[in-house]
Design a protein around this ligand. Structure first.
Ligand SMILES: Cc1cc2nc3c(=O)[nH]c(=O)nc-3n(C[C@H](O)[C@H](O)[C@H](O)COP(=O)(O)O)c2cc1C
Length: 227
């Protein structure tokens, strides 16, 4: 597409092909298209993603995870996008397992080293019949901010009340919040790109130092000053 204003990647954590999350992402795609932006959907169910294993040393190791699955491929694709949307159904009062496994693996194995998602624009969509959307939404927002992405306020959060397939389309307020979110994400990416082009500079400082290292150093200095 010529003159694409933004390239948004939606990570879909639904197991149900053609279900509410898929349908809402199709709608989000149309909204993006109307703003001359590209929204691609990456369905986690189509990839080989192992759950965290027994080692338990992710927090301390200096190299990415030893597992050879599709995680690296996915995180590299995320690194190339201007914006990331996490879209997931509520399962058992929490996050659907595909997304939970993905977030655990992506964070501690890959993203935490250089924070490659820094300054991308982030968004979250939660689908569920009735209970605990907000809880799942909060988890996604924490993850977006942890990865130093930028969340653009767009009104009510993009929460969809939908049980059976097609019911998401009946939740007009939910749909409207998705539309607003996608439009504001695209606008924010456009502003950032325009600024970078005009100034030949990044929109915000890209501080690649890992905050975990910073806090360890700070802690060390604090300890030394107390001795
Ligand atoms: C195993 C399972 C657990 C679920 N748990 C909840 C829940 O705790 N709260 C809720 O509101 N909906 C729950 N639902 C309903 C789904 O969130 C809802 O059907 C949603 O639209 C599914 O999205 P999908 O069509 O993209 O799969 C559950 C569905 C399944 C299959």
């Amino acid at each position: 597409m010529d003159n694409v204003t933004a390239d948004i990647l939606a990570i879909c954590g639904s197991t149900r092909v053609g279900g509410n999350t898929d349908q809402i992402l199709q709608y989000a795609k149309e909204v993006a298209l109307q703003k001359n932006a590209n929204l691609s959907v990456l369905n986690l169910r189509d990839f080989n993603i192992s759950a965290c294993g027994q080692c338990g040393d992710c927090n301390y190791r200096e190299n990415p995870c030893d597992f050879h699955d599709d995680m690296l491929k996915i995180t590299e694709r995320m690194s190339r996008a201007d914006g990331i949307i996490y879209a997931v159904p509520v399962h058992g009062f929490g996050m659907g397992h595909l997304m939970q496994i993905f977030i655990e693996r992506a964070g501690v194995c890959y993203l935490r080293f250089d924070r490659p998602l820094t300054n991308k624009v982030g968004g979250a969509i939660v689908t569920g019949r009735r209970y605990n959307h907000q809880h799942v939404y909060s988890q996604l927002v924490s993850n977006i901010l942890l990865n130093r992405m930028i969340m653009v306020g767009s009104g009510f959060p993009a929460l969809l009340h939908a049980g059976k397939t097609n019911e998401a389309f009946d939740d007009l307020e939910g749909m409207d919040s998705v539309r607003r979110m996608v439009e504001r994400m695209v606008d924010m990416v456009s502003v950032m790109k325009r600024y970078s082009r005009m100034t030949n500079d990044a929109f915000l400082t890209y501080n690649e130092a890992n905050e975990r290292m910073i806090s360890e150093n700070t802690l060390m200095r604090l300890k030394e000053s107390l001795i």
